[in-house]
Write a protein that binds this ligand. Sequence first.
Ligand SMILES: [Fe+2]
Length: 144
Amino acid sequence: MAGLLHNIGELFLIFFFSGPMQEVRSVQRQQSIPDYEAEQVILGAPHTLVGQWIALHWNLPPVFDAAIEQHHRPDPDDDYFPAAAVHAAGILCNPEADEEEWRDTPFDASVEAYLGLSKEDRRTLRERYVSDLASAEAFLNLSV
Ligand SMILES: [Fe+2]
């Protein structure tokens, strides 16, 4: 569930602040910085913090706080596993990344150590994701 909701703050920002979010994307590209850093510069708050606020507003269980707020930078001193799992899944299952970009995107160092995934594990998980995504697309394109 946290994996489905982790970027809820980004959806909120895109929907309610589409103009400033275009500037965020422009700054992100120009400076080659992560989206959350560009959001902090342009909007004064990253989508992770906005998402945490939404989770609190919706009275979601506390486990969602860290998973949403820390999915880009999990904090080992906080509720770590949900944030680490969402962080890793976000990298392994990024449909926008081509294979080279995906291979070059590292996990946060603490997540790498915590999960203990080898390069082969990562490759196997990525291949499984690509295969499952293709199956899902084929299923959804079925005509009845
Ligand atoms: Fe995010």
